[in-house]
Structure formats: structure tokens, C-alpha cells
Design a protein around this ligand. Sequence first.
Ligand code: ZN
Length: 166
Amino acid sequence: MQHRGEYRISVAKDYLVFASAHFITFAGHRCETLHGHNYRVSVVVEGALDPESWYVFDFGVLKRIMRELCDDIDHKVLLAIQNPHLQIAEQGDSVTVAYDNKPRYVFPKRDCALLPMPNTTVEMLAEYLTDQLRGALEGEGAKGITAIEMEVEENFGQSATFRVRL
Ligand SMILES: [Zn+2]
């Protein structure tokens, strides 16, 4: 074989899900009420073949990392700490959330995931998971990976995909 093509591997498993609460804000002065989704995640990793193993990356390790990333935000309230309309503050064991300085919610801190993003859209969640995966792959010593594509679905047939070339 000549090995002149390109390779992509993908993982989409039943357990790559997270059931979480969120709300997003819209342009102007509109904010959703709190609600939940059963989010589903799938990932594509592209790259060169590992010269000893003849694969792009170990499926077992990729599945473990993705499962951990989903577990981290499973059963949490997802809060976008970079949202300019939201004032999110930690007070003892609680997190308080105000929208345009009007108090809205108080959550137990352990039930919250404070995420470095401006809105908890599926687009931002896909980018966030990509960043997390990228860091984890580096930690595993992955070499030769050229792109990551992350899809996050919030409803059947309603998803966003983020793609980054490395
Ligand atoms: Zn939603």
C-alpha cells in the first residue's frame, strides 16, 4: 500500500451525552428561561498515521477522554461567565446569577459548570469541548493530528459543528 490518502477517525457513542440545564441570551434584551437538553456529542479527528501503530489515534483513549469531558458537564447548570448581560458570582456554596443586574437564580455551586464562553449555544459548547479535547490529546502525547471536528446536538436533528485545523 502507498498510504497517500488522508485519514479521519470518528467516535459517536450512546454514552457521549450530557443532560444539562442552560439558557441563552439574545441580542438586545431577551433571555431564555432555564431549561434542559439531552446533549449528544460526536467527534472527528484527522491526522497522519502513527508510524508504529498505523492508526491516527487510539480509539480507547479517545473514547475515555470524550466520556470524561461529557461527565464533567453532565447534570450541571451550564453558565457562560463571559456573557456581558450576566452577572455570575460565587458566594460560599452558591452561585448567583443576575441578568442585566436583576437577580434571577441562585444555584448550589456543585451543580454549576462555569464555562469560559459568551453564551451556552451549541456552537460555543462544541468549541469548548474541542479546546478541552485538544489539551487532553496533547497530554496523551498525540502527534500528527491535523484537525478536530466536534458536533454537539441539543435536539434531534439540531446541532452545531466546530472545526479547527491544528
Ligand atoms: Zn436550550
